[in-house]
Design a protein around this ligand. Structure first.
Ligand code: FAD
Length: 472
């Protein structure tokens, strides 16, 4: 293994490993420092992939439980979920994908430096555990150290009863009951998983609505559906204390009218957000500007220290609220590698980043919500269409939800598309391309959508935006 590279990346999550592959493709000699036993970071090991594997089991269970509807005969057997099989299938998928990254490193001649990396002076990364060594980056160091679960004051995570997503992913038994604090993507996905698996689920959200970053119409539809599924939803409610016992957790919370309530559940899942990972990185000593622990970067991902860039979950810009998404960290990885190789500005349009939440019903959204578009001063118009009208949705037995297009009346330009319902996490790709190409609603109307497909809901929402839906 060499000691000198063009680029040294710290962290092999979806940001770091993609940056490394793109840099290697562009002819830069690249190494990645990773301290975990496997490559791929949060997304592959404890994030996107394992949660979606569990959600797929939840979906199969839903189909199986509706066996009567599908004309399946079971004889005298009862349907039961075998958690050990669920866990081993999930682990196989994770292993296949993390080894896949290792294969891609070999293919692209990227060295994996095993251990914890620390910034140790100009262009230098020191390995602080294992074989103590230093490595030099001739061009740039890219910090991609990601994020980790964080709690809120007064709630102590013991990882047994008061848990994070890291533990929830590996539960060997289906909890009888689980309270989930926080209703961003992680909270509602686990809510969907455990409710479908048979747990009593209570979602607790401090803000007035669940999935608070989504368009208000999406939050309302999800809450309606969750309640129908038997998920308890407490909004405007703040958890004020939690005490873990041997078999359950006692919770105290304050409701919107100031009342104190008590709850008890086998587990409390804390899903209130993730904080940056910079411990042991030597960020302060290196002189990096940190904002609430996040590494501050400019639009080209340069930090304030020449020769050090940062991407992914660990970064922040002047304006807070950098989304923590796997595909965004990858896009930033590609942008930074191309900027270094081509010496050209690499940046990203943050108004065109799709976000997917794989709860049931699933959510896909891109661009401005109606409320954001109004705040930016657009003359906002919208058009919506319900999935339930479509033949394809009825065939699939998935009739909940809608597609909503937010557009600017003046130029007919699409500003955002928000959908909740079947295949929304796939359908959002069309909307993302529409935003990327600065499409008008008229162009979406003229785009022929195949029949019978769920994508017809997008075409129909465009027709509705111009006041003339065909099937409503
Ligand atoms: C339960 C869950 C579900 C999620 N689902 C989705 C989803 O469906 N879609 C989506 O887009 N996003 C999802 N996310 C978010 C997504 O996982 C993250 O946005 C993404 O992993 C961020 O990538 P990253 O490269 O910035 O950091 P990370 O993936 O966190 O990787 C950072 C890596 O750096 C390593 N590291 C840290 N410090 C050092 C050091 N000093 N030396 C060496 N190595 C170091 C860590 O070990 C880690 O491997 C989910 C997250 C969670 C928790």
């Amino acid at each position: 293994m060499a000691n000198e590279y063009d680029i040294v990346v710290i962290g092999s999550g979806t940001g770091g490993y993609v940056a490394a592959i793109r840099a290697a493709q562009l002819g830069l000699q690249t190494a990645v420092v990773e301290r975990a036993a496997t490559l791929g970071g949060t997304c592959l090991n404890v994030g996107c992939i394992p949660t979606k594997a569990l959600l797929e089991h939840a979906h199969s269970l839903k189909i199986a439980q509706d066996w009567n509807e599908w004309g399946l005969t079971l004889g005298n057997a009862t349907i039961r979920l075998d958690m050990s099989q669920v866990q081993s299938r999930k682990d196989r998928i994770v292993k296949g994908l993390t080894s896949g990254v290792e294969f891609l490193f070999k293919k692209n001649k990227i060295d994996w430096i095993k251990g914890s990396g620390r910034l140790a002076g100009k262009g230098t990364v020191e390995i602080t555990d294992g074989q103590k060594q230093t490595f030099t980056a001739r061009k740039e160091i890219i910090v991609a150290t990601g994020s980790q679960p964080r709690s809120v004051p007064g709630i102590e995570i013991d990882r047994k009863r008061i848990i994070t997503s890291d533990e929830a992913i590996g539960l060997k038994e289906i909890p009888k009951s689980i309270a989930i604090m926080g209703t961003g993507a992680v909270g509602v996905e686990f809510g969907s998983i455990f409710r479908r698996f048979g747990s009593e689920v209570t979602l607790i959200e401090m803000l007035p609505r669940i999935v608070p970053l989504e368009d208000e119409a999406i939050s309302a539809e999800l809450e309606r559906s969750f309640k129908k599924q038997g998920i308890k939803v407490l909004t405007g409610t703040r958890v004020t204390g939690a005490k873990a016992g041997a078999t359950s957790v006692d919770l105290e919370a304050q409701t919107p009218d100031g009342k104190s309530i008590k709850l008890n559940a086998e587990y409390l899942l804390v899903a209130t957000g993730r904080g940056p990972v910079t411990s042991g990185l030597g960020a302060e000593e290196a002189g990096l500007r940190l904002e609430r622990g996040y590494i501050h970067v400019g639009s080209d991902f340069r930090t304030n220290v020449p020769g050090i860039s940062a991407i992914g979950d660990v970064i922040t810009f002047d304006k807070p609220g950098h989304p923590q998404l796997a595909h965004l960290s990858s896009a930033e990885g590609i942008a930074v590698a191309e900027r270094i190789a081509w010496e050209a500005p690499g940046s990203i349009n943050y108004d065109q980043v799709p976000a997917c939440t794989y709860c049931d019903p699933e959510i896909g959204s891109v661009g401005l919500t109606e409320q954001e578009a109004q705040a930016r001063g657009y003359e906002v118009k919208t058009g919506s269409f319900k999935f339930g009208i479509l033949g394809r949705a009825r065939i699939a037995g998935e009739v909940e939800g809608f597609v909503k297009i937010v557009f600017d009346k003046k130029y007919d330009e699409i500003l955002g598309v928000h959908m909740i319902g079947p295949r929304s996490t796939e359908l959002v790709a069309e909307a993302t391309l529409a935003l990327r190409l600065e499409c008008t609603v008229e162009e979406l109307i003229r785009t022929i959508h195949a029949h019978p497909t769920m994508s017809e809901a997008i075409g129909e929402a465009a027709h509705a935006a111009h006041g003339a839906p065909i099937h409503a």
